[in-house]
Design a protein around this ligand. Structure first.
Ligand code: ATP
Ligand code: MG
Length: 442
């Protein structure tokens, strides 16, 4: 709250989101008791059945939610325009309608019912228990809910709904707040799971007040690269389960499919080893994913050699190139260096440092790494290889996908049976061991 006119919100830094509200008189101190909605009970007598999760029918989403949808729970699904929010939720609503005794209702404020039906036809999802309505008025929405009595309500999107008795335009702070509060009260009173779609602003926050994230039970972010079909759903808040799971999906013309085993997507398959590639194991939430890092090193006549990075953190790659040059004795100042990941994957974890380093060194020496090898570890400025977390999980995933050898940081406590590990302490040593040295410096 601010006591005067301001153009920009001092908390979330958005412009034009502050509305005027008349000051209310503070209420007099009350000590008289009021009626209670339900008597307080000993904790052992509280019925837990009402809070049991029901599967959504979409396995990857259940995984993120920690089992499924809890009756009365309110979810916020946020994502950039066109990422596939409506597609995912149509799939969820259809599976719910098909698998649960209660109906599912989609209220769309952005598309007409006919448009939603066209999409449903494309996806082949037309269950009799799935109802559609195109509406932007909150009281009409509540009317639909009362008529249909759904077990799952999807509101696409919360920013397009407006309450007639609240001032401000749809999507504004006061509208979003009151629409969300009404829908939450409705969900809790009817035991109806509710999913609110939220748009995100350019910098990735949910548009509208941050408050929305506090009000709802679960906040899911849906993201993915425009040029790849991979979509990830992450929970940033979950009142019913862990918030560090990731769900993987593949978006196609004919709908969205869960990817129970996404690791293979980020590896290029080839029979012969090629110089300049190395495989790392990253961890998304709690889920290990294999990622291939590729590098290309080419002689240049430019005074400022090019350093292009795709899918990796450019500051980290710059650091790794400097470490390679100073600690690994590999001169790169007369070469262009390009680094990338496969399949549009984003790898920003320090655990991938060693793989990036080896990919660049292998490209520079034009010498492929041994087949079946993964490299794990953070590389420090002194050229030392440092430990990373989740080692057992990473190695387990690598061996599951057929990798036989792993270069690991020192200090692995439990020996791994299924994959042969070799501890590496510093960069110079691992480069010499793998024969990645340029003997005749150009
Ligand atoms: N008729 C179509 N044929 C093939 N692909 C389509 C068709 N219509 C939409 N798509 C693709 O499906 C993807 C997902 O669209 P969807 O409407 O689910 O996204 P959204 O996140 O709901 O977007 P918005 O924020 O605009 O509501 C889009 O990237 C689009 O390219
Ligand atoms: Mg949409």
């Amino acid at each position: 709250m601010v006591p005067r006119w301001v153009g920009r919100c001092p908390e979330c830094q958005t412009w034009g989101s502050i509305g005027e509200q008349a000051a209310r008189k503070p209420a007099a101190l009350r000590l008289a008791s009021g009626p209670v909605t339900a008597p307080a009970r000993p904790i052992g007598d509280v019925d837990v059945e009402a809070a049991r999760a029901h599967s959504t029918g979409v396995g990857e989403l259940d995984r993120v939610l920690g089992g499924g949808l809890v009756p009365g729970a309110v979810l916020l699904l946020a994502g950039e325009p066109g990422v596939g929010k409506s597609t995912l939720l149509l799939e969820v609503a259809n599976r719910y309608a098909a698998g649960q005794p209660r109906r599912a209702l989609i209220v769309s404020g952005e598309e007409s019912a006919a448009q939603v039906r066209l999409r449903a036809e494309r996806m082949g999802t037309l269950d009799r228990g799935l109802y559609l309505a195109a509406e932007t008025d909150l009281s009409a929405l509540i009317g639909h809910v009362e008529q249909i009595d759904p077990g799952l309500l999807i509101v696409d999107s919360v920013q397009t709904m407006a309450a007639a008795d609240v001032e401000g335009s749809p999507g504004g702070v006061s509208q979003v707040r009151s629409v969300a509060a009404s829908l939450i009260a409705l969900a809790k009173s009817r035991g109806m799971a509710t999913v609110l779609v939220g748009h995100v602003t350019k910098d990735g926050a949910v548009a509208g007040p941050r408050l929305l994230e506090h009000l709802v039970d679960v906040v899911l972010y849906f993201d993915g690269d425009r040029h790849s079909t991979l979509r990830l759903v992450r929970a940033t808040k979950n009142r019913f389960g862990a918030a560090d799971e990731v769900g993987c999906f593949e978006l196609h013309d004919d709908g969205i499919r869960g990817l129970a085993d996404p690791s293979g997507l980020f590896l290029s398959d080839r029979s012969r080893p090629v110089a300049g590639t190395c495989v790392a194991v990253t961890v998304e939430g709690r889920r290990p994913l294999l990622a291939e890092v590729q590098a290309l090193v080419a002689r240049t006549n430019l005074a400022m050699p090019r350093r292009a990075v795709s899918g990796l953190d450019s500051a980290r790659v710059a650091m790794i190139l400097a470490v390679l040059e100073r600690r690994g004795g590999l001169r790169l100042s007369t070469d262009d260096v390009f680094t990338a990941t496969v399949g549009g994957m984003r790898v920003v974890e320090p655990a991938a440092d060693l793989a990036v380093t080896l990919a660049v060194a292998s490209a520079a020496c034009d010498r492929p790494l041994p087949p079946g090898l993964v490299a794990l570890g953070e590389v420090g400025l002194a050229g030392e290889v440092r430990p990373v977390g989740g080692m057992a999980r990473r190695l387990g995933e690598a061996s599951r996908l057929g990798f036989t050898h792993a270069l690991v940081p020192p200090g692995i406590s439990q020996p791994q049976r299924e994959i042969r590990t070799r501890e590496v302490t510093n960069l110079a040593q691992v480069l010499t061991d793998l024969g990645l040295t340029r003997t005749a410096a150009p």
